[in-house]
Design a protein around this ligand. Structure first.
Ligand SMILES: [Zn+2]
Ligand SMILES: [Zn+2]
Length: 253
């Protein structure tokens, strides 16, 4: 009934298509995929209309031209899944679905959840698109994507974020740039993602995209969805390829 692309979306509406809109606009202020079109979603739509579509009087209503502009935005910022795949040589690139509900040590929080999620969270990748859009001067590449339990073992690592909930962005240095230049650029990027995409540095607030502080990630930008509640980390939010990330459906109204 509420297939994305079959109706205009505005404040007060709800449904699977609203959820899909919230996912796609994850990098524009950002909210949760709760399927309720409230003031947060309206703000997201308005930001997209001003920043991407260049509208001076945004309506905050996801009309057909807005949905089409979101499709074009996706096509402009393709995500290179070959760079996101796990390099362990044992899994298909996105883990083997092992360890759901298993935790490292005694604390049953997402930080220690060992589950190999089935791909990378779609909201995170849509948010990366916005990072590309807002910061064209920084040629981002993925320096780290999926790292399954085998990969962790191979590298004597015990962190679990990169089992689908995190990506690392690296900025290619320009000739003559020092490590300190890189550190400053990464700081600037974090500031922009807090300002424009509603991310946080650290993990204290729930349901916000997170960035590792520069004490942990000085010369790269680690971006993750670890602080999302379990219901927003459901398997259906994860993708292994561009087609599933885009979930393209025709705009029919
Ligand atoms: Zn692997
Ligand atoms: Zn990382």
């Amino acid at each position: 009934m509420s297939t994305y692309g079959t109706r205009l979306l505005s404040k007060g509406m709800q449904g699977a298509d609203v959820e899909e809109l919230q996912i796609r606009l994850a990098g524009f202020r950002g909210t949760l995929p709760d399927g309720e079109f409230g003031p947060g979603t309206e703000l997201q739509v308005a930001k997209f209309q001003v920043d991407v579509m260049g509208r001076s009087a945004p309506s905050g209503i996801a009309d057909s031209s807005t949905l089409k502009a979101i499709d074009s935005f996706a096509d402009q910022f393709l995500i290179d899944f070959s760079r996101l795949k796990c390099r362990c040589g044992m899994c298909d690139g996105f883990g083997q679905g092992k360890f759901r509900g298993k935790y490292l040590g005694n604390r049953k929080t997402e930080e220690f959840h060992l589950y190999e999620y089935p791909g990378i969270h779609r909201m995170l990748l849509w948010a990366v698109r916005a990072a590309h859009f807002y910061m064209p001067k920084h040629p981002f590449t993925f320096s780290s994507g999926y790292r399954c339990s085998v990969n962790n073992q191979q590298n004597h690592r015990n962190t679990t974020n990169h089992c689908g909930k995190a990506v690392d962005l690296d900025i290619k240095p320009k000739p003559g740039e020092t490590r300190q230049d890189d550190v400053l650029k990464c700081r600037e990027v974090r500031g922009k993602l807090v300002e424009l995409s509603n991310a946080q540095i650290g993990w204290e607030a729930r349901n916000r995209k997170s960035l590792e502080p520069d004490s942990m990630a000085p010369t790269w930008v680690h971006y993750d969805v670890r602080s999302y509640e379990a219901k927003y980390l459901d398997d259906r939010y994860f993708c292994k390829d561009l087609v599933t990330l885009n979930a393209r459906t025709p705009i029919l109204f």
